[in-house]
Design a protein around this ligand. Structure first.
Ligand code: VG1
Ligand code: CO
Length: 544
């Protein structure tokens, strides 16, 4: 084999964030930048000879170029079987599914998720291990260390692989397998959910469904599952062709960016069931007619109703949520008599719990929900789970949520994002608050008294690893909580995330707008942390 050894020097800042390494495309285009990071992954894995690797991405600009580079490097580093989604596409959950199904050494997923795509926008890369899940912090730290010591990478001099033609070809000694990116994943969904019952629902002319793929990777998956397999009317899936720039949009399924879906669901003649997914297909937003379902409530409702779904009929081993996610699912776990874990932000912390059989369902407030059917959050899975419950209960989604609140109480939740703010100011704000955390209990801000305050750290109960500095938490005397942390997925400036939640049991007070219910906490947070002062903003950029 004609392996080429290329001398190289470390680049600053190849430390993976919440979900892999995300940078501007221009940065990834710097000669050697992508190569260094990929070689650092392989150096961390050790001997890769004779092993198999999955490669795919969300189809954004630079996806195809990066895949060709990675294929050459993987073969030069000894991999002998490379499984690639046709056209270079694999949604993040589908990549996880394929890694597990074909028992590979892992996979490389190319995505910057919900961040915009295009030559001046974002790109990203992450490694998933043989369990199909994002590399643990131990592994991502090792990759970062390797990136600081790198002095060469290995590649081949070869022509590009045809990513569009299904089937096998050879690259030097290795087999390149271009697979249908949808089939394995769709089969798994069909095995988990009651497709005959769901099919009867979506074929009913009185039931109108819309799935907005936001010009991103889930289009082909949603078409196959909703229209081909379940029989929803053609056109039920909109914006279904993946585009390199996501049609110029921001493929983030929330009330701000999924405005097309929101208009359909909240209009004069609303649809019955609506959903959207993000750039790489791991996030979901589900809406009922004129009704937004908060992701924290979504997780709780899925947990409470899991027994209605064939794949979960035998019950749940346990559940988990990221720390900033509201405590709604904790209440369900208590009633079910199962464990509930609280992890730091990011999917990589759920994998150990699932591998150890401790949890079945988990989720994050950031429109991420998933289960141990694979090791990523899974947008379409969550939508299908909801559809299965709606079909089973023969009730609209809004009624299912309202019934849930009546039974368990409601955890009002909101997240305020301040995006693209000055990094120094953001760091200073968090540091200043952190320094005075110990002095806060007993003090009153905007009429609310702090009961306790800390910086969240997590000890993984499976491998005992400890992750510190995972967000500042303030608990108030009205039972409310405020969490503040800086985003680890952005590519320019800083993004401050402030999370609010407040529990309400009074049946008369369950139907308020979240911003109204949380107004007291919002004022208190500004007073204690100086959010407006440090960010220089009067209002958040995105409210979810
Ligand atoms: C955000 C979310 C986090 C999520 C992460 C990756 O991270 O808050 O919950 O796991 O994105 O999601 P951060 O550090 O920016 O807050 V995705 O769909 O980008 O893979
Ligand atoms: Co995503």
């Amino acid at each position: 084999m004609n392996v080429l050894r290329v001398e190289s020097q470390p680049f600053e800042g190849q430390k993976p964030g919440t979900s892999g390494l995300r940078k501007k495309v221009r940065v990834f285009e710097t000669p050697g930048y992508l190569e260094n990071f990929v070689q650092s992954i392989f150096n961390t894995l050790g001997d890769c000879s004779g092993q198999a690797l999955v490669i795919g991405g969300d189809g954004r600009y630079y996806n195809r170029v990066a895949i060709q580079t990675i294929l050459r490097m993987a073969v030069a580093n000894g991999f002998t079987r490379l499984i690639v989604g046709q056209g270079g596409l694999l949604s993040t959950p589908a990549a996880s599914c394929v890694i597990r199904k074909y028992a590979t050494r892992g996979g490389i997923v190319l995505s910057a998720s919900h961040n915009p795509g295009g030559p001046d926008e974002d790109f990203g890369i992450k490694f998933n291990g043989d369990n199909g899940g994002p590399a643990t912090e131990g592994v991502t730290d090792a990759i970062w260390q390797a990136s600081k010591e790198i002095d060469h990478y290995l590649t081949l001099e070869s022509l590009d692989v045809d990513l569009d033609r299904l089937g096998e070809s050879r690259l030097e000694g290795a087999v390149i397998e271009v697979i249908d990116p949808v089939a394995d994943y769709a089969d798994q969904m069909e095995a988990l959910f009651d497709f005959p019952k769901m099919s009867a629902l979506v074929r009913n002319p009185k039931f109108r469904l819309c799935f907005d793929a936001m010009h991103a990777v889930t289009g082909p998956y949603a078409r196959e599952i909703f229209e081909n397999r379940l029989g929803a009317r053609p056109g039920s899936v909109v914006n279904a062709d993946p585009k390199e720039d996501f049609g110029g949009g921001h493929p983030d399924p929330n009330m701000v960016h999924a405005h097309e879906l929101v208009a359909l669901m909240n209009g004069d003649d609303p649809m019955d069931f609506g959903a959207a997914s993000d750039g790489d297909g791991d996030r979901n937003m589900v809406m009922g007619s004129g009704f937004y379902i908060n992701p924290c409530d979504s997780l709780a409702v899925l947990a409470a109703n899991a027994h209605l779904v064939p794949g979960y009929r035998d019950g749940l081993a346990g559940v988990a949520r990221s720390m900033p996610t509201s405590r709604a699912v904790d209440r369900v776990a208590r009633e079910l008599g199962i464990d509930c874990y609280e992890t730091p932000t990011g999917w990589k912390f759920f994998g150990n719990l699932m591998d150890a059989g401790r949890i079945t369902l988990c989720g994050e407030e950031s429109f991420g929900t998933g289960s141990d059917h694979l090791r990523e959050k899974d947008g379409l899975w969550a939508v299908l789970f909801w559809l299965n419950i709606v079909a089973e209960e023969a009730k609209p989604a809004s009624e299912i949520v309202r019934d849930h609140w009546q039974r368990f109480g409601r955890d009002y939740f909101s997240r305020h994002d301040f995006e693209g703010i000055d990094s120094d100011a953001a760091t200073r704000m968090i540091a200043t608050l952190e320094e005075k955390l110990d002095t806060l209990p007993g003090q009153t801000f905007a009429g609310l008294t702090v009961e306790s305050a800390d910086s969240f750290s997590y000890r993984d109960p499976v491998d005992d690893s400890v992750s510190t500095g995972q967000g500042l938490r303030l608990f108030f005397n009205n039972g409310g909580r405020v969490v503040m942390r800086l985003s680890g997925t952005g590519t320019s400036g800083a993004a401050l995330r402030v999370y609010y939640d407040l529990y309400q049991v009074d049946p008369a007070l369950l139907g308020q707008p979240a911003q109204v219910a949380l107004a007291g906490l919002i004022d208190a947070a500004d007073e204690v942390a100086g959010i407006r002062k440090y960010t220089g903003r009067e209002a958040p950029d995105v409210i979810t």
